[in-house]
Design a protein around this ligand. Structure first.
Ligand code: 1AG
Length: 134
């Protein structure tokens, strides 16, 4: 059975979100608010089709994709840069590559025990977040 990311997940810890936001050029005032947020993710996975809704008190972000199918991502409400995005499996990890103005941009999701991990990368910065089932 393949891993199933479906469910509702709450942020429990975050490391170097500040560095990640700086790499994306997010302004000071926005970073100050954003780093205090405890976002919730609702992931729906059906075969190779995914939707991920990230909700917080300040901004929210929705993305849907099929494994291996490139799409144009708008990053609306985040840094607003358009990317050519593709998500693939690396064993049980979900690996997203966001090609655009920023080098080495993307994210990886995986599950360990009852925790959902998210690694966000941009340029030299890596932010690691851990979510627990709601
Ligand atoms: C994401 O998760 C989207 C979740 O790609 C947002 C992650 C990081 C925020 C990105 C850039 C920071 C820009 C602006 C900061 C302002 C608000 C932060 C709001 C955070 C909640 C939306 C990866 C994957 C699929 O789960 O989306």
């Amino acid at each position: 059975m393949p891993v199933d990311f479906s469910g509702t997940w709450n942020l429990v810890c975050s490391d170097n979100f500040e560095g990640y936001m700086l790499a994306l050029g997010i302004d000071f005032a926005t970073r100050k608010i954003a780093k205090r947020l405890k976002p919730q993710k609702v992931i729906e996975q059906e075969g190779d089709s995914f939707s991920i809704q990230t909700t917080s008190a300040f901004r929210s972000y929705f993305v849907q994709f099929k494994i291996g199918e490139e799409f144009e991502e708008d990053n609306k409400g985040l840094d607003h840069r358009k990317c050519k995005t593709v998500v693939t499996w690396d064993n049980d990890k979900l690996v997203c590559v966001q090609t655009g103005d920023k080098k080495n941009r993307g994210w990886t999701h995986w599950i360990e025990g009852d925790q959902l991990y998210l690694e966000l990368c941009c340029e030299e910065q890596v932010c690691t977040q851990i979510y627990k089932r709601a």
